[in-house]
Design a binder for this molecule. Structure first.
Ligand SMILES: [Zn+2]
Length: 249
């Protein structure tokens, strides 16, 4: 079993790491919020360990090219899918599953759960879970709260459903219009901090957007960032499943 860094421990150990995150101002402890996976300990410092995670898809505009790129490098990533998007682009979502990537629950309609009543929180998680199970035939065990926004009952609701919240410790900030170079620099900054702290990295990226219903947003820069990371032959790419407490490895 690999060593697991939970939210509380990570906050205590590296407040600076989380400064600036949406939830950075929350005085969270693992007891209050429940355990969330960020990333495991770095066990192979000479070959940095990364979990690439993509939120808000699937997107007809971006996901096919991303799948091709990941296949070319024989890397499995984690896709935190929005239930509504799975419903509208089921064939594409099935392609993600068929390619062997890990599927995570990213709620049905992508609300900020920290601002939702408990009933809505439950429905968002359950509807997304059921949509993925019914349409894709897989049952996610990972959950990422939209915007990283959590509250004790959000984590509790997820845990009750057998879902482990997965956060991140490196972000391209690809929701900003800053170009691929700046996005990669953001990721590298996170990787550097994690390396110095002896941690592996979970990288937050996006292949879709919660606005995709109106007009799919281009994630071309995210694809460039992904390509450049995949080209680093000495990196080891894994999924957060390896960091779950009951992982068999
Ligand atoms: Zn999202």
């Amino acid at each position: 079993m690999k060593k697991l860094l939970v939210t509380g421990a990570a906050l205590a150990a590296g407040g600076a790491l989380l400064a600036g995150y949406v939830y950075g101002s929350m005085a969270s402890t693992s007891e209050l919020f429940g355990a969330s996976v960020i990333a495991g300990a770095e066990e192979t410092p000479e070959t940095p360990t990364l979990a690439l995670t993509y939120d808000d898809g699937p997107s007809v505009r971006n996901t096919p090219a991303l799948l091709d790129l990941l296949a070319e490098h024989q890397v499995h990533a984690t896709f935190f899918l929005v239930g509504d998007h799975v419903r509208r682009h089921t064939a594409l979502a099935r392609r993600v599953v068929a390619a062997g990537h890990v599927i995570g629950n990213h709620t049905m309609t992508h609300p900020n759960l920290a601002r939702c009543l408990p009933g809505r929180v439950r429905r968002e998680l359950e509807q997304c879970q059921k949509t993925i199970e019914d349409l894709l035939g897989v049952s996610p065990v990972l959950f990422r709260p939209p915007y990283g926004a959590r509250r004790p009952d959000v984590t509790r609701a997820a845990c009750r459903m057998g879902l482990t919240p997965v956060l991140w410790n490196a972000a391209a900030q690809d929701w900003l219009d800053i170009g691929a170079d700046a996005m990669l620099a953001n990721v590298d900054q996170g990787l550097q901090i994690n390396r110095e702290a002896g941690r592996a990295s979970t990288v937050l990226l996006h292949d879709g957007s919660q606005l995709d219903k109106e007009a799919p947003l281009s994630r071309a820069d995210t694809l460039v960032v992904t390509k450049r990371l995949l080209q680093r032959a000495h990196y080891r790419f894994i999924t957060p499943l390896e960091w779950l407490p009951n992982a068999q490895n």
